[in-house]
Design a protein around this ligand. Structure first.
Ligand code: ISL
Length: 547
């Protein structure tokens, strides 16, 4: 069977504006990414996911595109971009581009035309509706604003936006829109990229007639609507066919069964899902519950469609802070979470900085924050009279800026990220938490990620192995214990997500078998011969080969 290259891959996400600033303007840039490719390649990763670099007013950090085929000047030029692609390929890695086709910037020429008059030829490229009862056409919220509708006084109609007012949704019902998007995609593919990460792709279809929502706060009505998969099948046929690429769809709120509609190998839609629940707070046991819910994918659907494994990205706060322990056990916790993500079925995604255990932040003032989602919510809530300090405190843990602070390269000023004034504050812990420090330590988080990724390259069981949970984990909700099996190779993974030691009865299936420790996140290992139980230390992870 012809191997599919991306199934055995590890992905590294580059949020370029916070990666490395080569010209001292305070923003990371494409030249900076080029200069730091050795760091990425040093991990052993295969694919780089580059967040949007297209021309944009940059209100949502590039997710408000005003020209799909020009590079944002603060990121660099198309010539720099071409050099980045060549350098990535020269190192044997692949580059996938983040692409936003659910909406554009309100300054995209398409929207400027569309809003200019009701009979403009591009009017129907966006979603316009008359007022209802003197107000918005329905009661929908958007992700970033109290209403998903904005009145355009000049033409006395409302336009629809799933996110910020400045991000009007394209009207995917319009074949002209679809054709324009497919043509643009093919021009990028013809430049030699290796695929796309498709932003908010589950939102392309909207409910017919735009009916009121029973619960406007429960924003799921914006996603997974009828017609979506018709668009994705057409996109695959019209844009992706014929290219040896990988397409990754970002989709919140999909169950494993729904997920298979996007990426089932017989569906002709996308290759891989980048899925998550958008929860206000998802403590570690909820995250474990979610990973266990995904079990239906691993046990029933795995092999029929591909999935990602991640816990943080540029939207979701640092995993060691949100789901682990970013204090006493930060190093063990970072390694534990990585062990889970790299041993569960799925393609692991590493978000820049995760490989050194970077943590979330708490800035003292709303002025220190950049995230439009957070700032809009802060304005909305304080505008309704909520105490500003209480509002700030409630929004800080989930601010997307938690994961957007600049990469911490070393303990020099600004963590070696910029010689200028950084666009967002550096995390204060950079002096003791940085790449240089990890590179000098054979037991660092970075070194552990290298060993994990090397294990994957040497052992197909991590990619293709059958997954089976060991019921013994249920003795403590912070435990997670499972096996991966491929032919005669069987691995046992033990994880303790708690701050306390946890006793685990050796799983039945280990009886009479030899255990060989392949990788653990504690230097010293305890003797295990013949014992009935083992004690997992706080945030301890172990990968055993069963002989
Ligand atoms: O993080 C979320 C809400 O706070 C998610 O709902 C997220 O905004 C949504 O799933 C889509 O995210 C993507 O599209 C957004 C952009 O702001 C995000 O950075 C991007 O990942 C609009 O383009």
């Amino acid at each position: 069977m012809k191997k599919i290259w991306w199934k055995e891959a590890v992905v590294y996400q580059v949020y370029w504006r916070s990666f490395y600033d080569s010209d001292g303007d305070g923003f990371g840039d494409l030249e900076g990414v080029i200069q730091k490719l050795d760091h990425i390649q040093g991990l052993g990763v295969d694919i780089i996911w580059l967040n949007p670099v297209y021309e944009s007013p940059d209100l949502d950090n590039g997710y408000d595109i005003s020209d799909y085929e020009a590079i944002m000047p603060k990121a660099g030029t198309i010539e720099t971009w071409d050099r980045l692609l060549a350098e990535v390929h020269r190192r044997g890695m692949k580059l996938i581009m983040d692409l936003v086709v659910n909406h554009t910037s309100d300054r995209h020429p398409w929207f400027v035309e569309s809003r200019s008059s009701r009979d403009n030829p591009k009017r129907d490229w966006y979603i316009w509706q008359d007022a209802k009862d003197g107000g918005p056409p329905n009661n929908w919220r958007s992700y970033f604003a109290p209403s998903a509708w904005e009145l355009d006084a000049a033409t006395d109609q409302y336009y629809f936006h799933s996110f910020a007012v400045e991000q009007p949704d394209l009207n995917w019902r319009n074949p002209e829109v679809r054709e324009a998007v497919y043509g643009m995609m093919k021009r990028w593919l013809d430049r030699g990229i290796d695929g796309f990460r498709l932003d908010a792709i589950a939102l392309l279809a909207k409910p017919d007639g735009y009916p009121d929502a029973e619960k406007p706060e429960d924003i799921r009505y914006l996603t997974n609507n009828p017609g979506l998969h018709d668009y994705l099948r057409e996109m695959n046929a019209r844009a992706f066919a014929g290219y040896d690429i990988v397409t990754v769809g970002e989709a919140a709120y999909v169950t494993p069964e729904e997920g298979l509609k996007f990426v089932g190998e017989d569906r002709g839609e996308l290759d891989m899902l980048f899925h998550f629940e958008v929860c206000d707070e998802m403590p570690v046991w909820d995250m474990l519950r979610y990973k266990r819910i995904q079990r239906r994918w691993y046990e029933g659907l795995w092999g029929k469609g591909s999935n990602s494994q991640f816990l943080n990205n540029h939207d979701h706060t640092r995993q060691v802070t949100r789901y682990g322990n970013d204090g006493t056990y930060r190093v063990q916790s970072a390694k534990l979470l990585a062990t889970m993500l790299h041993t569960l079925p799925g393609i692991p995604y590493i978000y820049q900085g995760e490989e050194i255990g970077m943590t979330g932040v708490r800035f003292p003032s709303i002025e220190d924050y950049n995230d439009i989602a957070m700032k809009n919510r802060y304005a909305e809530e304080t505008g309704m009279g909520r105490d500003p300090a209480t509002t700030l405190a409630s929004l800080q843990p989930l601010s997307r800026d938690n994961s957007r602070t600049p990469m911490q390269w070393d303990d020099s000023p600004n963590a070696g990220f910029t010689a200028g004034d950084p666009w967002i504050k550096i995390n204060h812990n950079y002096r003791e938490l940085n790449v240089a420090r990890d590179l000098a330590d054979p037991d660092s988080i970075y070194a552990y990620y290298r060993r994990l990724i090397a294990l994957r390259k040497e052992n197909e069981v991590m990619t293709y192995g059958e997954f089976e949970e060991c019921p013994e984990w249920a003795e403590d909700e912070h435990l997670y214990v499972y096996t991966r099996t491929l032919n005669d190779v069987s691995w046992l993974i033990l994880l303790n997500h708690g701050d306390n030691a946890a006793e685990l009865r050796w799983p039945e299936r280990t009886k009479g078998r030899k255990l060989r420790l392949l990788l653990g996140n504690y230097p010293e290992q305890v003797a295990e011969d013949g014992a009935e139980v083992t004690v997992l230390r706080p945030h301890e992870a172990r990968i055993y080969a069963l002989a």
